[in-house]
Ligand binder design. Structure first.
Ligand SMILES: Nc1ncnc2c1ncn2[C@@H]1O[C@H](COP(=O)(O)OP(=O)(O)OP(=O)(O)O)[C@@H](O)[C@H]1O
Ligand SMILES: [Mg+2]
Length: 262
């Protein structure tokens, strides 16, 4: 919690449907305190990515309220340039699919895009870009075209384009999905290090094995897009009945046989 006792991010009774038809979030309330690591868990289609989009101001609640840093985040407020800049510099979102996040002709341009957009001086931007490239160990990729990179390399570039803005809150959608074990471990270490450095982390994941490291608290969605449980990661992971009921672990149904070993 902040010194004034307010959470950093807060959702109050948020519901959202895509195209007014497809339910994605139903009466979701959630508070995230500064410095927390929160994991969103739930079956495919339960609403995790949509919640991250709400937290990043990419979609807006049909019902309910989203507040960040003590101010309501609405479509209208984000049209205000000063509010937009403030909010965008404080919250960063690493998408699941890096292809949707990298679009510049070179990696260097990609990473410089956000800071230049913020109106920072070219010299300051160049120094920040160089630092970020080094931090993510991708200096050798600086002049490559992002679309020509491998999935794991693109992920590093996408993360760099977010970290270069030095946001207080980092949102990750399925951070370790589709990464090789070494890269996944590197990213987990990075997330932990960023959190130790004071960043607040909210991530969506199916990878229950990473939760003891990546999350202090887990928030569990049901398949009907509601929050059905939240608590310390160890408690949530120990509740197999809960995990089965929300389709996070497979319970074998009566009469079903295990696969034959090959
Ligand atoms: N662009 C869209 N248009 C219409 N419906 C959508 C769209 N994106 C998501 N949905 C619907 O919203 C619901 C929540 O989707 P969301 O992507 O938030 O789930 P998720 O928990 O992230 O799932 P996954 O684990 O598969 O990533 C789903 O029923 C999905 O079909
Ligand atoms: Mg998702």
């Amino acid at each position: 919690m902040r010194s004034d006792g307010e959470p950093l991010l807060a959702l109050h009774g948020v519901s959202y449907r895509y195209l007014d038809r497809f339910p994605a979030l139903d009466d979701v309330s959630l508070a995230v305190a500064p410095g927390e690591k929160v994991a969103l868990l739930g079956a495919n289609g339960s609403g995790k990515s949509t919640l991250l989009k709400v937290l990043d101001g990419l979609v807006f609640p049909d019902e309910g309220v989203y507040e960040a840093f003590g101010a309501k985040v609405t479509d209208a407020h984000l049209e205000d340039e000063q509010f937009n800049r403030g909010f965008r510099s404080r919250v960063g979102f690493v998408f699941q699919n890096s292809d949707a996040q990298v679009f510049s002709p070179t990696v260097r341009d990609e990473i410089a895009f956000g800071p230049l957009n913020m109106g920072l001086h070219r010299g300051v931007v160049e120094a920040r870009v160089a630092d970020t490239l080094a931090m993510l160990d991708i200096t050798d990729l600086a002049d490559r075209a992002p679309y020509q990179l491998s999935g794991g390399q693109k992920k590093r570039v996408a993360i760099a384009s977010v970290l270069v803005m030095n946001p207080e809150v980092l949102l990750f959608d399925e951070p370790t999905a589709a990464l090789d074990p070494r890269t996944a471990q590197w990213l987990m270490d990075l997330i932990v290090e960023l959190n130790r450095g004071g960043k607040t982390i909210v991530l969506a994941t199916h990878d229950l094995d990473t939760l003891d490291v990546l999350a202090d608290r887990c928030v569990v969605f049901s398949e009907d897009h509601r929050i059905v449980a939240e608590g310390p990661s160890a408690d949530v992971l120990a509740d197999r009945e809960l995990l089965e009921s929300v389709n996070l672990i497979a319970g074998r149904r009566a009469g079903e046989r295990p696969c034959r070993a090959i």
